[in-house]
Design a protein around this ligand. Structure first.
Ligand code: ADP
Ligand code: MG
Length: 252
């Protein structure tokens, strides 16, 4: 990450068209349309169970959509023929539970996928991982194991790990929900910097202050549909739809 205004990444755009997903007879996504410009930061908000995680998981094919299409940087991730490893390289994901490999060091957590899956050079990947760990304030932590770190530090490793894949899009699914309050700010600061550096980001979050400050656009979902979207200031401060108003009354 840099501190200039120059984009530090090749950032992808995203185009989600009529995305549908059911679990058995439970239709949890009922035709989601969402376009994200390269470098844009979109925060996805909405009540529990509205389908936010499912949208993210369909984008990188952790779930298979039942209908519609998703394009990331010109790659159709919903295409059954798509090269999944190649596609996932473009899409970094950070989860609520950090999902680090407990038996690997911090540095190994960052290098294993680029080296084993993408067959990148070990030396180059290590250098990149160390740079990314330094950028999240953990330059000296490469030799530690995840259980020797706080939750906030583990989440920062998860971000560094995702960045070491050179993604063009970052998906965040409630990345601060499992953290102690005093470490939330560190993680949000790193996400803010990533946004400033020009990364395309789709962020599920309940941090309304973060959404208001960092998001270019806020999308409110309820019961599998996009109910309302617009600039953060508009959707959060002046929501038009009763369902958005109700939700915000409860979380703000
Ligand atoms: P959110 O992230 O907004 O809380 P989710 O996308 O996790 O919502 O879930 C949307 C709906 O899909 C919920 O009703 C949930 O119970 C259901 N769901 C999610 N994952 C599965 C699954 N693997 N199997 C069955 N139902 C699921
Ligand atoms: Mg969720």
């Amino acid at each position: 990450m840099t501190t200039t205004n120059q984009p530090a990444f090749k950032a992808a755009g995203v185009s989600i068209k009529d995305l549908r997903k059911s679990y058995g007879t439970n239709e949890v996504l009922k035709g989601i349309n969402l376009d994200i410009q390269p470098g844009e930061v979109v925060c996805l908000i909405g009540p529990s169970g509205s389908g936010k995680s499912t949208v993210l998981r369909c984008v990188n094919r952790l779930e298979t959509a039942n209908g519609g299409t998703i394009e990331v940087g010109g790659f159709e991730t919903t295409d059954p023929e798509v090269d999944i490893d190649k596609m996932r390289q473009k899409v970094g994901m950070v989860f609520q539970q950090f999902n680090l490999f407990p038996h690997l060091t911090v540095l190994e957590n960052c290098t294993i996928s680029p080296v084993k899956v993408l067959k990148k050079s070990a030396a180059e990947t290590k250098a990149k991982a160390l740079k990314n760990l330094a950028a999240v304030g953990l330059g000296d932590f490469g030799h530690r194991y995840p259980d020797q770190l706080s939750g906030g530090q583990q989440q920062r490793v998860a971000i560094a790990r995702a960045l070491t894949m050179d993604p063009e899009l970052m998906l965040f699914d409630e990345p601060t929900s499992a953290l102690d309050p005093e470490t939330v700010g560190d993680v949000l600061a790193i996400m803010r910097r990533l946004a400033q550096d020009g990364m395309t980001m789709l962020v599920v979050t309940h941090e309304m202050a973060f959404a208001r400050e960092v998001a270019d656009r806020v999308v409110f979902m309820d019961q599998g549909i996009v109910v309302e979207q617009g600039p953060a200031e508009q959707v959060i401060a002046n929501p038009q739809q009763p369902r958005t108003q109700d939700f915000l009354k409860r979380v703000l």
